[in-house]
Design a protein around this ligand. Structure first.
Ligand code: F6P
Length: 348
């Protein structure tokens, strides 16, 4: 038996590229003399000791696949009585020397706390939202914005044919990266993100100007978390919160639906809304996300070898670096105003 064990888990919403990380941790881990244990369904796997040994055969070619072979959940250790004590005990029971947690700010927040409680934990930044700090990109984002761009392009033909306005709701609770970059690439005529408040009147004005100039159709990309102050009273989501206290967006009446109603009411132009939802996260990863997940997975094993616990593997200026988990989860990486201004030049 190999001398030491590495555990790996994937938490939060799945993101294309997770399997590339699992494969890389397993291959590099085994080559470095570790036994690799996959914990099932995020932190739940650790709390319930649901795990399996990963062999080279188990991870063969899985970087080509979306989702995560280990499953995921939004289980929050902090919500369980003596959760961190139990987590630490289970790591000892399972003889896991070091744990790799691949996730977004929630999963990485738990990883940091567990490290502070004395466990050897390292992180890998994952989320289609791209809102984790201290890394240039999170994996999953590239695949998701390629999907968004492709869907927006597909919507153009039907929207133009019917002379409609189409309001497209895109994932991104707190940060507008997906709507911004997917929208720029896919030719949205206006993009609305959580970081920049826009009034209904300004949106309606843009649509009217476009129609009056002879282009009698428009596509508006809107982040699910966008704030349109005079419209929020018409937005309602399921009252159920997840384990991390987030409301479940994409349920009930979202911002795209409310905005479409307002535009149609104010302009008289036929307006429809569509929620892209989980189609943005599904399917196989782009080459970029396969490679990024692989590089992060290899690097995080090197970090374990070097004892760099409480840290996260990150992409910085094209290179792999170890950054502090504290820097990664202290705040969210949101869209800077000047990046939105660049996109705005093309709103018309
Ligand atoms: O965190 C990634 C994400 O895809 C968000 O963009 C979205 O708001 C959320 O997950 C959806 O979560 P769920 O799949 O639990 O509904």
């Amino acid at each position: 038996m190999a001398s030491k064990r590495i555990g790996v888990l994937t938490g939060g919403g799945d993101a294309p590229g997770l399997n590339a990380v699992i494969r890389a941790v397993t291959v590099k881990g085994i080559q470095s003399g570790y036994e690799v244990v996959g914990l099932e369904e995020g932190w739940r796997g650790l709390m319930e000791k649901k795990s399996r040994i990963l062999s080279l055969k188990d991870v063969e070619d899985i970087h080509l696949l979306g989702g995560t072979i280990l499953g995921s959940s939004r289980t929050n250790v902090a919500k369980i009585e003596n959760g961190y004590e139990i987590a630490k005990k289970h790591l000892i029971d399972m003889k896991i020397h070091a744990l790799v947690a691949a996730g977004g700010e929630d999963t990485l927040g738990v990883a940091l706390k567990l490290f502070k409680e004395g466990a050897n934990v390292v992180g890998v930044p994952k989320t289609i939202d791209n809102d984790v700090n201290a890394t240039d990109y999170t994996f999953g984002f590239d695949t998701a914005i390629n999907r968004v761009s492709e869907f927006l392009e597909m919507l153009r033909t039907t929207t133009e044919s019917h002379r409609r306005v189409m309001v497209v709701e895109i994932m991104g609770r707190h940060a507008g990266w997906m709507a911004l970059q997917g929208g720029m690439a896919g030719g949205a005529h206006m993009i609305l993100i959580p970081e920049v408040e826009v009034k209904v009147n300004d949106i309606v004005g843009m649509v009217k100007r476009r129609y009056e100039s002879g282009k009698k159709w428009a596509i508006i990309a809107v982040s699910e978390g966008a704030v349109i102050p005079d419209l929020m009273k018409d937005v309602s989501h399921s009252s159920q919160l997840d384990d991390f206290g987030h409301i479940q967006l994409g349920t009930g009446k979202g911002v795209a639906d409310a905005l479409a109603n307002a535009i149609e009411y104010e302009t008289g132009y036929e307006t429809r809304s569509i929620v892209l939802g989980h189609l943005q996260r599904g399917g196989s990863p782009t080459a970029f996300d396969r490679v990024l997940g692989t590089r992060l997975g290899v690097h995080v094993v090197q970090m374990i070898d070097e004892g760099k616990f409480g840290m996260m593997a990150a992409l910085k200026g094209g290179e792999m670096k170890a950054v502090s988990l504290e820097d990664a989860v202290g705040s969210l990486k949101t869209v800077e105003k000047y990046k939105y201004e660049t996109a705005k030049l093309f709103f018309s």
